[in-house]
Design a protein around this ligand. Sequence first.
Ligand code: NAD
Length: 361
Amino acid sequence: MATYRIAVLPGDGIGQEVTPEAVRVLNVVGKGAGVGFEFEEALVGGAALDATGVPLAPGALELCRASHAILFGAVGGPTWDDVPHEKRPERGLLALRKELDLYANLRPAKCFSMLVDASPLKRSVVEGTDLMVIRELTGGLYFGEPRGVERFADGGARAVNTMAYTSREIERIARTGFEVARKRRKRLASVDKANVLVVSQLWREVVTRVGKDYPDVTLEHVLVDNCAMALVHKPTQFDTIVTENTFGDILSDEAAILAGSMGMLPSASLGGAVGLYEPVHGTAPDIAGKGIANPIAAILSAAMLLRYALGLEKDAERVERAVLRVLEEGHRTADIAHVGTKTVGTREMADLIVRALEAQY
Ligand code: NAD
């Protein structure tokens, strides 16, 4: 029997409430699919800071490196708002991204038909939306040198950030884009600003070259301003989108609106030997500890883990179907509830999904 080692880092706030539910779901898959899971927990974020004095507990990085995948919750909260920069809870997550070379961030945005009314956009626009935004995560404007502020004697100043990409950095994220598109509807939109930026011209050149290795995937180049418009005008025209760090940061949040609630959105960060799977949402201090957080984003992150880390596509689909079934039956957590639906808490929602999953084995 194949056995997989999963590092579990719940973090803070509702991270501690939703992550155990994703672990339960993986345990059901383990039993049903005849694979073994060994879960080992480590502290990250404010929880790690309080217990160990640093935002990534000693040994946590080694645990992650020795695992097949990382199941992550969320970090941060008002308790730690005033701690020095280098100790802030999010430093724990940034350290993991950097040390594990997680350069590709995958964020699906799917509009479930029964949640269409939870989106602020019209039904006719969002219905049928099912896209994946792949954001380059370790290069571009957020990391480029030189950077800094120059102060002048006359009181003025000049600030600089640098958008820089090497062909190697572009090539590896482009390959991720094509590989992911290949597992979906085989359409890839590469988003850039090649009419203005030389970085984007290189981006386009490299993506086009890499595309020759994927003749089964249809590639189109889209300017970032056009893409931003099209996402709220005709989101169904997209399948997989690949783009650089800053554009991806903005477009993936825009795409998130299409899905209705933060509580529904999973993500994966891939790159090096081990990937990190986490809900898009944060620690939700306003509802933490109340048992009402939506566990679906965390559970769908576990489905991504099955698909991308372990290659268990059928089991990933089973988890996604279980979520769909429970929503179809009218069950909702408070964040996605509306008239005529049954409101349930975190544990109850996960119980329902577990039962719908068990029924498929
Ligand atoms: P948030 O995602 O925590 O919450 C935004 C809103 O969405 C809140 O009203 C919250 O109640 C709701 N929400 C989020 N997830 C939900 C869920 N699963 N079920 C029901 N409702 C949900 O964002 P925020 O309030 O801007 O940030 C709170 C803290 O989380 C901050 O400290 C921030 O730095 C941190 N944060 C961490 C991560 C991460 O760890 N990757 C990401 C974003 C924010």
